[in-house]
Design a protein around this ligand. Structure first.
Ligand SMILES: [Zn+2]
Length: 344
């Protein structure tokens, strides 16, 4: 085996432990291997990602795929399906590296991505057909230029999802038909991206990174597949300069460890709004999360976390306006801190 090609700071930079203080760092380290309280996947640790990057980026896929397959069940849907495709391609071209395998199927995925993008444009057009002539004119100009970029775009001038959503946002802001405007904006957000569409993932990672100007290599592909499953620290009461008093505190009773994708998706959305929007996320998965922690505590593990089940159950109940009620009755060790001081 060769040396690990990833220096540890490369993971810390992209993880979500920043801004959570010592408690947050400790939690992430101790809890990151358990199941995500939102989506339920078994979360990856930075050590897992380092292990997956142990081979150099130009290694043949026949050597890299067996390393990655160990984590297959911990990947999100698109990433898992990408790994399955890579395995099929690797059986055909075992000497190619992951980036070369992506290059081999880029053109067919580009076509598939175009089709998916055009379907979104058609759905927006269908809603737009009910608008007044003046509103329709404004919308059509944006849709026509998007279609042109999708069909005729080249490397220097290509369709960009984020820019498209921005332009649609500018248009709908000016429309008088508010319901239609909201629907159009929601549909625009369904434009494929690497996190929800395998073709978009393959197309993105068979191109240069626009930020660095460097070609993406196999390590970039591996990181992109694994990072969404990385355990990260989330503030239940969001911390943000935009929220009153800066939002939630940097203390254990305000933390849950969840996968990077869910953390990213919530952003600074108030917790009760997020729960309302994604009720499935906090159903049995959050109970499974606390059960796993309680089991460890009952076995004498996780020293210093003894108060956490009670504290976090109160925080979650309060922040979800009573929607999340955790059962912590299985905990058979005493809470030993000034826990009564915590608001119920
Ligand atoms: Zn998750």
């Amino acid at each position: 085996m060769s040396k690990n090609y990833l220096d540890s700071s490369a993971i810390d930079v992209v993880s979500f432990s920043g801004g959570t203080g010592a408690d947050g760092k400790r939690m992430r380290k101790r809890l990151a291997g358990i199941h995500c309280p939102c989506c339920g996947i078994k979360m990856l640790t930075p050590a897992d990602i380092k292990k997956a990057l142990i081979l150099p980026p130009d290694s043949p896929s026949k050597e890299v795929i067996p390393v990655l397959k160990k984590y297959s069940n911990q990947l999100h849907e698109v990433e898992k399906s990408t790994l399955q495709l890579l395995e099929v391609l690797s059986n055909k071209y075992p000497e190619k590296n992951l980036r070369e395998l992506f290059d081999a199927v880029r053109s067919e995925n580009l076509i598939s991505l175009y089709k998916d993008e055009l379907k979104i444009i058609d759905r927006i057009k269908a809603v737009g057909s009910f608008l007044s002539e003046e509103s329709k004119k404004k919308l059509d100009a944006t849709l026509i230029s998007a279609e042109d970029l999708i069909i005729n775009g080249n490397y220097d001038s290509t369709f960009k999802r984020r820019a498209f959503i921005g332009k649609i946002g500018d248009v709908v802001y000016t429309l008088c038909e508010k319901d239609a405007a909201d629907t159009i904006f929601e549909i625009a957000h369904e434009m494929p991206r690497a996190g929800n569409n395998r073709s978009a993932f393959i197309v993105k990672f068979s191109e240069k990174n626009p930020a660095t100007g460097l070609e993406r290599n196999s390590h970039d592909i591996i990181k992109a597949m694994m990072m969404p499953s990385l355990g990260t620290v989330e503030h239940v009461r969001a911390k943000s300069p935009l929220v009153k008093n800066g939002g939630g505190s940097n203390e254990m009773h305000n933390y849950i460890v969840e996968c990077s994708r869910d953390n990213n998706m919530r952003d600074c959305m108030p917790f009760r709004e997020f729960v309302k929007k994604h009720p499935q996320f906090y159903g049995e998965n959050i109970q499974r999360y606390i059960d796993a922690i309680i089991e460890k505590l009952n076995h004498g593990e996780l020293k210093g976390f003894e108060n956490y089940p009670l504290q976090i159950s109160r925080t979650l109940r309060r922040q979800s306006k009573g929607k999340i009620k955790l059962d912590i009755s299985a905990l058979n060790i005493p809470c030993n801190e000034n826990i009564q001081k915590m608001p119920k």
